[in-house]
Design a protein around this ligand. Sequence first.
Ligand code: GMT
Length: 381
Amino acid sequence: MRIGITCYPTYGGSGVVATELGIELANRGHQVHFISYSQPFRLNGRDDGVFYHEVPVSSYPLFEFPPYDLALASHMAEVAELYDLDLLHVHYAIPHSVSALLARQMLAAKGRRLPFVTTLHGTDITLVGADRSYLPITRYAIEQSDGVTSISNYLRDTTREYFAIARPIETITNFVNCDVYAPLSDEAARAKARAHLGLPDEPILMHLSNFRPVKRVVDVVKIFARVAQQLPAQLVLIGDGPDRSEAEWLAHSLGIHARVHFLGKQERVSELLPLADVLLLPSQLESFGLVALEAMACKVPTIATRVGGLPELIDDGVTGLLFEVGDIAAMAQAVLSLLGDRERMNAMREAARREAKRRFCATLVVPRYVRYYEQVLGRSS
Ligand code: GMT
């Protein structure tokens, strides 16, 4: 198949899923064309069968807001014609599904079919889509999509409820490449990676996100502060975003900054995650929680909140531990007790990788997308 993929190219789970999906599809012989305003951050352009088309967004003094969604629709239609695309797959409904709808109509006027699949990721529904200014158009574009997938049952059900949508939405969960995301081979490899980062031989707590308020990064620092009172440990934070400064100031004011390492945005997180003993994800909401899955594949259990789609991913007490939002004391206690119980920790580590491979491996999930595309193409041809 020849597939056009559109996503946000910036640091974030929906872009990661779209990019990894495109690469996996290309590895299986499909031709994938990314259409976005800049190169998705995990795409390095060297994969065979992967193409990138930058959307030119020209400005004009009259435009206070250059209309990206229109430029995107034009470019989608152009790329679809030039490269004879079979379908478009857009990740994150706003504004991508609206642009795809326009592109489909533009080509229909020329007698050409261009179905599109929309994948819902989270805040496109729970925050942005539910905002009155975006809700009607988002609902319309979801209803008009030739296929709609959701990354968890939670998000599927929430979409139906918020948007009063009756159309079928297929849950196709996020996935992980279990060969790329894997534990370190042995203690020597761990010691080498630690030394490379200048970290002493102490337990490592890790957090990775876009540092938006929904991630509650300040809670991460507070949890760590409680752990560090009882035990020598290190906190590694990967990513960047609006709440980073507040978290950095807090680490300073609590006097733990020497143990707290803000690495900023990192590309090869598969090389960092296996170093962690525990991943902290105390989010206000996660429709899936991709980083927890990536950690699981690396044999790293996650201490997270019981919200959104996280209970569908993390089996509480088996592959990780779930708590109420804001229950910093319980999460810190859970870290301490897990670090102090080697047998339980090992069982959880093994279970985490086992479940990642059993339910969420790319080899299982990517073929589901392919089957879904075929279904959409069959249905709409
Ligand atoms: O919704 C966001 O905050 C952005 C989005 C993204 O692009 O990172 O995250 C959502 O999609 C991810 C990939 O499917 C999921 O793993 C995240 O749980 C989801 N975020 C939320 O629901 C808050």
